[in-house]
Design a protein around this ligand. Sequence first.
Ligand SMILES: NC(=O)C1=CN([C@@H]2O[C@H](COP(=O)(O)OP(=O)(O)OC[C@H]3O[C@@H](n4cnc5c(N)ncnc54)[C@H](OP(=O)(O)O)[C@@H]3O)[C@@H](O)[C@H]2O)C=CC1
Ligand SMILES: O=C[C@H](O)[C@@H](O)[C@@H](O)[C@H](O)C(=O)O
Length: 304
Amino acid sequence: MADSFTLNTGVKIPSVGLGTWQSEPGQVKDAVAHALKSGYKHIDAAFAYGNEAEVGEALKEAFAAGVKREDIFVTSKCWLTYLRKPEACLDESLQKLGLDYVDLYLMHWPVPMNPNGNHPMIPKHPDGSRDLDTEWSHIDAWKAIEKLPATGKAKAIGVSNYSKKFLEELLPHCSIVPAANQIENHPYLPQQEIVDFCTSKGILIEAYSPLGSTGSPMFNEEGVQEVAKKHNVGPGTVLISYQVSKGHVVLPKSVTPSRIEENMKVLKLSSDEMESLEKIHKTKGVTRFVYPPFGVKLGFPDKD
Ligand SMILES: NC(=O)C1=CN([C@@H]2O[C@H](COP(=O)(O)OP(=O)(O)OC[C@H]3O[C@@H](n4cnc5c(N)ncnc54)[C@H](OP(=O)(O)O)[C@@H]3O)[C@@H](O)[C@H]2O)C=CC1
Ligand SMILES: O=C[C@H](O)[C@@H](O)[C@@H](O)[C@H](O)C(=O)O
């Protein structure tokens, strides 16, 4: 199975990366340290996760112990209240991570939010709805992000949570085609439409919430369990291997040492097994586990 894929910049990206969303301060440093000791070469971080300083502590210790910066692939993401000035968000992330550059920098969602609202991260209107920056489009945001590779602070740039509809809007305006689109992906949400579109444009898919997010609900799916039984592995290994078999980077999150190790295991699944996993959503229905209430249509067929 592929240990890495190649971005449209020509740079390799390790196929499995450690997720860090909701990895609590007090736990995330140990999780990243354990992952790096166990052989992970890829960490998925974000400004919005509020834990990049601890991720940075683990990286710093690993580098001091002999791990080379150039052997680790680090992703961060520009938060939505910074989409008018992404370099400022990147600078804050770099400072916290203790790095001079990230390997990949993503627009977290194509939804600019008011940078001068009542909260630095999730500004809201008095009625509780999210306070969006309606004068700044996701295309304006991408144009600002396109300036970052020239600074040397982001080796590659990409997007996250882009539907086919939004990418079709964006691509005609791009000087740099996004290197990746990080989207939710698992057998209840294969998103084949956006996957095929990205593949046709040379945009690599990164699968987030591959286990179904918090509490790994996809572990309960019988179709996944059946394949797991055949290989005498846990359902997580099947869910992770499913993504790598599809040519996707996969980003399982865990703060539990044994799970962090388990999640590195990638199996070759047969075409029959892949077919059975691909079919699950047709009978069990489509489920999207991560969909914040932005109050805008993001163009995903299951949400329109
Ligand atoms: N771009 C975006 O908008 C988004 C990006 N992401 C990225 O993708 C990553 C992964 O997605 P996420 O939503 O965190 O969810 P995951 O699908 O990775 O599931 C994480 C959950 O599964 C549990 N778990 C992990 N491994 C195992 C295992 N082997 N056995 C049993 N349980 C397990 C974890 O528990 P525990 O930690 O307690 O072990 C946690 O509760 C994120 O951390 C983030 O980096 C995620 C969502 C949105
Ligand atoms: O990466 C993880 C997710 O996208 C997360 O950052 C968002 O869902 C955020 O909590 C929000 O409410 O908008």
